[in-house]
Design a protein around this ligand. Structure first.
Ligand SMILES: Nc1ncnc2c1ncn2[C@@H]1O[C@H](COP(=O)(O)OP(=O)(O)OP(=O)(O)O)[C@@H](O)[C@H]1O
Ligand SMILES: [Mg+2]
Length: 248
């Protein structure tokens, strides 16, 4: 059986609304925690750092009437996906706020893998306008939606800056009406995907990895991002020197 459940007749779907029509995501909290997603069940004290990051971010977004946030890093493996997921589940506890998390690291999608989602949709189909919301997004609880991606996309930069992708995202915003959208993006020094997508976001968070990212890499990325969008913060991840594992 398709574990997304039966697709409702269109008329009923309209009655329920786009949000209610999204299939519900059931997660294994232990798998998530093993993959360092700790805000789901608060399995580590580090959740407090994410809650603080969430609250600061929400204040800036609300003050400026912004919604969409890109998460990137200079080089691979700085912790973007990990931080995007922890932030998303921290936002899920903010009940007056509807949040969307999308895996737009099209070359190396990892959100589905990190959460062990078996039936992720195709982000390429969604961004090309060939897949509808309920084929792409899951609803977790009452106020978080997650769009994983089951397969890499070859012409990712071209797709990310296409008019069809901008239209698909705009339709999603109109139907789901999120207060916050978090985009898990690729690292920015190796491809042009991030620069291609920046016109679609209000601001960006840059993740640097302690002992891996150099000051020069962070400087180059920050400067390039500041020219094109609003810098919302730089996160120093994997730091040995803070009491919690995460610095902001
Ligand atoms: N604060 C941390 N402390 C220790 N390990 C971490 C921390 N944050 C992330 N990691 C680990 O580092 C690895 C890379 O993390 P993650 O996949 O989130 O990075 P990424 O920037 O999304 O990578 P990619 O560029 O490949 O998408 C994972 O194994 C993750 O569990
Ligand atoms: Mg990643």
């Amino acid at each position: 059986m398709d574990d997304r459940g039966p697709v409702l007749p269109e008329s009923l779907e309209i009655v329920r609304g786009a949000w209610e029509g999204l299939p519900q995501l059931i997660l294994d909290h232990d798998v998530a925690a093993n993959n360092r997603v700790i805000t789901l069940n608060r399995s580590s004290q580090a959740h407090a750092a994410f809650d603080m990051m969430r609250t600061k971010l929400l204040r800036v977004l609300r003050e400026n009437n912004w919604t969409s946030v890109a998460i990137t890093s200079p080089t691979p493996a700085c912790g973007k996906t990990c931080i995007a997921l922890n932030l998303a589940f921290s936002f899920a506890n903010q009940k007056d706020c509807r949040t969307v998390l999308m895996d737009l690291d099209l070359r190396r999608p990892q959100i589905g893998k990190t959460l062990a989602i078996k039936n992720a949709g195709s982000m390429e189909s969604f961004l090309k306008g060939d897949a509808v919301l309920r084929e792409t997004f899951f609803r977790y609880g009452d106020n978080l939606a997650i769009a994983a991606n089951r397969q890499p996309v070859h012409f990712s930069a071209e797709l990310l800056q296409s008019a069809t992708a901008a239209r698909a995202l705009e339709e999603m915003r109109q139907e789901i009406k999120p207060d916050v959208i978090l985009y898990d993006l690729p690292p920015m020094l190796s491809t042009d995907d991030v620069l291609a997508f920046l016109p679609n976001v209000d601001g960006v968070i840059l993740i640097a990895a302690s002992d891996e990212s150099t000051v020069r890499e962070v400087d180059v990325c920050e400067q390039s991002l500041r020219e094109k969008t609003n810098m919302l913060g730089v996160v120093l991840n994997k730091s040995q020197y803070t009491q919690e594992q995460y610095g902001y």
